[in-house]
Design a protein around this ligand. Structure first.
Ligand code: SAH
Length: 226
């Protein structure tokens, strides 16, 4: 089940129904605590923080045989959420499951910050990428710089300085508008906008989780005209 981007009001109706009727709830760090409170009192709640991915897969397979388990993940489970890996493990073990999509931060966080990711006549495509590859390698800056529309970068705050330099080195103008949205949709959401060559410094103190948006459509935000 996708929990949505942070504001507990942004889970789906079906997602909330599933939480309210589950016997076991397995949750990630990014999941809003208010949603965990929605589970029945006798639900076993497991925080997965100390478990590696294999252990989580095993746990879901084991518990899924006997109980109604909700695996609650931040945003949408299939967007940088490893939901695909968990679904494969369940399918291989012959455990029935359902995916309840969530409102991903890709859609919700720029919107909550009044930053459109497409804008007619300005940007007609969006590329979603991770600023931080699992194996520690660098993103493909040449491919990202060439794509020509809006870039939305997940997990990029920690190394934004490197990422911005990489994109400029690959050909993006240093003056390209960039925005960092920290803790999007939450009461303490913060937004910093700056040209690409200054955005890392401008966002230095922001807490995570944060989404980085790069592209001309940031100039179309009603934020900048208010
Ligand atoms: N499955 C999630 C993404 C998990 S990866 C989804 O669909 O949204 C975790 C990354 O998501 C964070 O590093 C950050 O880049 C982004 N993120 C998640 N929630 C966020 C929020 N409320 N505000 C800003 N970025 C967020």
């Amino acid at each position: 089940v996708g929990a949505g981007p942070g504001d507990p009001g942004l889970i789906t109706v079906r997602g909330l129904e599933r939480i309210r009727s589950c016997e076991v709830l397995v949750v990630d760090r990014l999941v809003p605590p208010e949603l965990v409170e929605e589970a029945p009192e006798d639900t076993l709640v497991i925080h997965r923080d100390d478990l590696d991915q294999d252990a989580v897969n095993e746990l879901l397979v084991k518990l899924g045989r006997d109980y109604e388990v909700v695996r609650l993940k931040g945003g949408d489970p299939f967007v940088f959420g490893r939901g695909g890996e968990e679904a494969l493990a369940l399918a291989e073990a012959g455990i029935q499951f359902e995916i309840v999509p969530g409102v991903s931060s890709i859609a919700a966080v720029p919107a909550a910050a009044l930053v459109p990711v497409t804008h007619r006549g300005v940007s007609d495509r969006v590329t979603i990428a991770s600023g931080h590859a699992a194996d520690g390698s660098e993103p493909d800056y040449d491919a990202l710089a060439r794509q020509g529309g809006t870039l939305v970068l997940f997990m990029a705050l920690q190394r934004l300085d490197r990422v911005a330099r990489g994109l400029i080195g690959a050909g993006l103008a240093p003056s390209t508008p960039a925005a960092v949205v920290s803790r999007g949709t939450l009461p303490d959401q913060e937004v910093v906008t700056a040209p690409l060559d200054a955005v890392a410094e401008a966002a230095r103190e922001l807490p995570g989780p944060a989404l980085v948006v790069v592209g001309a459509d940031i100039g179309q935000s009603p934020r900048t005209t208010r």
